[in-house]
Design a protein around this ligand. Structure first.
Ligand SMILES: *[C@@H]1O[C@H](CO)[C@@H](O)[C@H](O)[C@H]1NC(C)=O
Ligand SMILES: *[C@@H]1O[C@H](CO)[C@@H](O)[C@H](O)[C@H]1NC(C)=O
Ligand SMILES: *[C@@H]1O[C@H](CO)[C@@H](O)[C@H](O)[C@H]1NC(C)=O
Ligand SMILES: *[C@@H]1O[C@H](CO)[C@@H](O)[C@H](O)[C@H]1NC(C)=O
Length: 261
């Protein structure tokens, strides 16, 4: 398998002087959005939306906006973006775009959490030859899902034309020890994409998101020290935000690949 690595913009302005006591007091939600770089995210997605809208107007003239044209077999690659799981035909069923099939992914975005995996997927998906899997399938990290088999996995995939690449992303593939072997068994030539981020900012963003989610579930807030350190002061490598892959587990399945910044 080939792995490519990209770097998310490192936000050096992020205030790294936050100390533990202060971290107790700030709103986890605000901290999450801050590390998440909300402004930049909102701006880029507004531009993306405007771009897509204009693009749509340009191409819609003779494409699948007319569902019957499409069903009669005159669809373009872009149409799979509109109907990844087929065209709704009004009675609750969907018909796949003629000429499309559900295919196993050849490209997987494997991580990292809070590294910008969703943005990477959406950007790639702008290309007509690429079709994203809209949700995170968690097939290679969750043993119960993996046990359902490759046919089950294929049925979660969007419908694509031959020549289009299906791209799935589940960031936890990167930290799951069993995942590399499972991916390799599916397709030893699969391409892996890893997007990384300044480790300290990434960790705080991950922590903040976990706490924001817990607060939505009305769970009591924890300090960074509570979760990141053991009682004897050692780092808690079991904590979700700190887990990392053992490179020894990945290495046998990888070959050299480019690094993009
Ligand atoms: C398919 O689309 C092309 C280009 O718009 C058009 O020339 C052709 O007649 C269409 N074919 C069918 C069967 O609708
Ligand atoms: C919807 O219509 C299609 C084609 O007419 C048919 O094959 C399908 O069984 C229908 N689905 C439901 C849920 O009625
Ligand atoms: C495996 O992935 C490669 C591209 O990385 C692709 O060309 C090939 O068709 C895939 N094989 C299968 C069986 O999907
Ligand atoms: C702290 O505890 C963990 C687990 O009990 C152990 O692995 C680690 O070596 C300990 N660290 C120190 C500094 O004693």
């Amino acid at each position: 398998m080939k792995m490519a690595i990209a770097f998310k913009d490192v936000d050096l302005n992020f205030n790294l002087t936050i100390n533990q006591t202060k971290l107790h007091r700030v709103s986890y939600k605000r901290l999450f959005y801050r590390t998440f770089d909300k402004k930049r995210f909102v701006y880029s997605f507004s531009f993306l939306a405007i771009f897509l809208f204009m693009f749509q107007i340009l191409i819609d003239g003779n494409s699948c906006s007319n569902v019957s044209t499409c069903l009669s077999g005159n669809c373009s690659f872009e149409d799979t973006h509109k109907y990844p799981y087929g065209i709704p035909i009004g009675n609750g069923s969907r018909l796949p775009i003629p000429g499309t099939n559900q295919r196993l992914p050849e490209v997987l975005i494997i991580g990292v959490r809070k590294g910008g995996t969703r943005a990477l997927l959406e950007m790639l998906n702008l290309h007509p030859d690429i079709q994203k899997v809209p949700m995170e399938v968690h097939f290679f990290d969750r043993t119960d899902r993996h046990a359902l088999g490759l046919e089950w996995y294929r049925h979660q995939m969007p419908f694509t034309f031959e020549g289009q690449l299906t791209v799935e992303k589940s960031p936890s593939y990167f930290i799951t020890p069993e995942a590399p072997k499972r991916v390799y068994k599916m397709n030893s030539s699969a391409k892996l994409l890893l997007i990384v981020r300044d480790p300290v900012v990434r960790l705080l963003s991950d922590f903040a998101q976990i706490e924001a989610t817990r607060s939505e579930w009305k769970k009591k807030p924890r300090s960074f020290e509570d979760v990141a350190l053991l009682s004897n002061g050692s780092v808690n490598f079991q904590y979700k935000a700190i887990q990392h892959p053992s490179l020894g587990k990945l290495a046998p399945y990888l070959c050299l690949a480019p690094i993009y910044t």
